[in-house]
Write a protein that binds this ligand. Structure first.
Ligand SMILES: Cc1ncc(COP(=O)(O)O)c(C=O)c1O
Length: 350
């Protein structure tokens, strides 16, 4: 896109790659990195694809944009539409977390919740493309959308000193992010920026909605739809993943693995990530940490393997889960004796 007048940039990308030694020690990996995409403008990696897709929509002269979303794309699309001066329509399943609905609404998105699954929402989005003039970022603007996500791999390679990561672990919903990272890596090889694109790709899904991992485990090339996703990892709850086969082939051909993760393990990983790195992720982001822990336990990964974990969304977006995790907060009168009393009684000090 040459004409800068159409660019809608609110700061997507340019996120830190952090060496996470304390977390690595806890999960048995000596060289662990976190690509912290919670620090994007709307707090998920979805700002990357939304930025490119909305810029393209402006170039095409579209006045209305929108998306089908499991939660994070909603805010990313609405925020970029707001900055670009476009109307925005957001369609999500009605089971999505409330903070995600509120966030998208405040950016000016016209939010419609559908009493159904993401697959229902996605099907409606395809029909809307045929019947309205809305440019849906992950339907008719999808080719541009994917170009945005690949920048995450450009950054990882640069941050590692212009070499490819040995292993990268990616959350999968539609499978588009994993495919985009692979594309980005191979482009860098083509450009001559790196000499070898030998990264192994690993995908993570929730065990209550793991169509790509199921096909991997069964050695199959058929992705069987999950009709009724049952997981608290709502941002990854796509029963019919549009880019699933593409992602599956990349994982297989790169020598990687697909790990389905129980919700209990993902919630534990959210806490572990907080307590060892200071990064507050939502389940859809922390699932990669849970997947690495499990793959170490089951011998899929070795202690000496270098691993980059993509942590793609922030924990503020999942209030209800966090509330259950955190327990009581103490309120005391403004007296030292009372503070010391609480610390002693609750065994919080020492
Ligand atoms: C936090 C988070 N991580 C990862 C993904 C996976 O995205 P994809 O559909 O590209 O596989 C999503 C999808 O919504 C998400 O919200």
């Amino acid at each position: 896109m040459a004409d800068k007048r159409h660019w809608v940039f609110i700061g997507a990308g340019g996120t830190p790659l952090i060496r996470a030694d304390r977390l690595g020690e806890a999960i048995g990996v000596r060289k662990l990195y976190i690509k912290n995409d919670t620090s994007n403008p709307t707090y998920s990696f979805k700002d990357r694809p939304a930025s490119v897709a909305i810029s393209k929509a402006k170039e095409f002269g579209l006045g209305k944009v929108g998306c089908a979303s499991t939660g994070n794309l909603a805010s990313a699309t609405a925020a970029h539409a707001a900055a670009g001066g476009l109307d925005c329509y957001v369609f999500m399943p009605d089971t999505v977390e409330l903070p995600k609905v509120r966030q998208a609404t405040l950016y000016g998105g016209k939010v419609v919740l559908v009493n159904g699954t993401y697959d229902d929402v996605n099907r409606l989005a395809y029909l809307l493309v045929e019947t309205t003039s809305i440019g849906i970022v992950n339907v008719n603007l999808r080719p541009y959308y994917v170009e945005g996500s690949k920048t995450m791999m450009y950054e990882v390679v640069e941050q590692l000193g212009w070499r490819c990561p040995e292993n990268i672990v990616v959350p999968m919903a539609s499978g588009a992010l994993l495919g985009a990272l692979h594309k980005g890596l191979h482009e860098l090889e083509e450009f001559g920026a790196i000499t070898e694109a030998g990264t192994r790709f690993f995908g993570a899904q929730a065990s209550g909605c793991s169509p790509i991992c199921d096909a991997f485990r069964e050695g199959s090339y058929e992705i069987k739809p999950v009709k009724n996703p049952q997981t608290l990892v709502k941002s990854l709850a796509i029963g019919t993943p549009g880019d699933g086969l593409y992602a599956l082939n990349i994982v297989r051909s790169s020598g990687g693995y697909c790990q389905a993760v129980e919700d209990r393990r993902t919630v534990e990983a959210m806490e572990l990530l907080c307590k060892t790195t200071g990064i507050f992720a939502e389940p859809g982001g922390a699932i990669t940490v849970a997947a690495v822990k499990q793959m170490r336990e089951e011998g899929v990964l070795d202690a000496g393997d270098e691993v980059v974990c993509c942590v793609t969304g922030a924990g503020f977006k999942v209030d209800e889960i966090v509330e259950q995790m955190t327990g009581t907060t103490h309120v005391v009168p403004p007296r030292l004796a009372d503070i010391l009393g609480v610390l002693e009684k609750q065994e919080l000090y020492g």
